[in-house]
Design a protein around this ligand. Structure first.
Ligand code: FMN
Length: 260
């Protein structure tokens, strides 16, 4: 077990990029990807334990909170959380704080991965992809320095009733939306999406990807598809796809990433 452990959930790489940048500042860090089955749940030996995840529908992805309930942390561990979003962080950190009290937390905005709702450039503040990435790297340095020094936040993470209601309704919305996935004839059955899906919700049938409804909406399958064969409704074909420039599909398939 490394000195530091970061549990990371990431569909399109922004959170994994942030986790790696923070890990580089801390050194000796295991990044545990929060995929279908937890590979690590007992981190009682770790000195610092962090969580980095996106905001989905006003709060944390459902699987992040499910994971958090299974994780065992040492009594004296320094805990932290970082939530990335396109514009508002929602209630994710507050919900996590109820399960694992956070000593330090931060929010960062980056490009919007929810391209069936908005173009990826629709972020707050509204800056282009390149600038957003630079901004995220700059913020990772600040957050990493705070975590290295074990600084504590003065306030509890924010919570508002509107985002809480939005996030409560989200799993049902996500499931309904998943019924709108389609896979075109461009699919070559490479199976990348099958390996990428954090919920094991995609299979190959007749040489083509078939997407079920047990979907967390991370959109990794769609955004990384090398053939652009996956669509969600009609709008995603019209919008530019997005994933973090530093994170490949193969990176997101890893279960555990060690950073020295
Ligand atoms: C299904 C879905 C729902 C999202 N919901 C919100 C939201 O409620 N508020 C927001 O500001 N951003 C929202 N986003 C944007 C993501 O939080 C943001 O793009 C984040 O950086 C993605 O991180 P990742 O690349 O690690 O997956 C959503 C993205 C997706 C895919």
């Amino acid at each position: 077990m490394s000195k530091n452990v970061i549990f990371c959930y990431s569909g399109t790489g922004n959170c994994l990029d942030m986790a790696r940048n923070i890990a580089r500042i801390l050194g000796d860090t295991d990044i545990v990807m929060m995929r279908a089955e937890p590979v690590v749940t007992d981190v009682r030996e770790a000195e610092r334990v962090g969580f980095i995840f996106p905001c989905y529908g006003g709060g944390a992805p459902e699987d992040v909170l499910t994971w958090a309930k299974r994780i065992r942390i040492g009594e004296n561990a320094y805990t932290f959380g970082v939530s990335q979003s396109a514009s508002y962080a929602g209630t994710g950190l507050a919900e996590l704080d109820k399960i694992i009290p956070l000593k330090y937390w931060a929010t960062v905005t980056h490009q919007c991965s929810c391209i069936w709702l908005f173009p990826h450039t629709m972020m707050v503040p509204p800056v282009g992809a390149e600038q957003a990435q630079k901004r995220s790297e700059r913020l990772a340095k600040q957050i990493g320095a705070n975590v290295r020094e074990k600084n504590c936040s003065e306030k509890k993470p924010p919570r508002n009733a509107l985002n809480a209601a939005e996030n409560k309704a989200w799993p049902a919305i996500a499931k309904k939306k998943a019924a709108a996935f389609s896979v075109s004839e461009a699919c070559i059955g490479c199976g990348q999406c099958v390996k990428l899906c954090p919920r094991g919700n995609i299979r190959l049938s007749g040489g083509r990807a078939v997407i079920g409804t047990n979907c967390a909406q991370c959109l990794g399958c769609l955004q990384y598809c090398p053939q652009s064969a996956i669509s969600l409704g009609s709008i995603t074909d019209k919008r530019e796809h997005y994933h973090n420039p530093n994170v490949s599909a193969a990176d997101l398939m890893e279960k555990l990433i060690h950073v020295d």
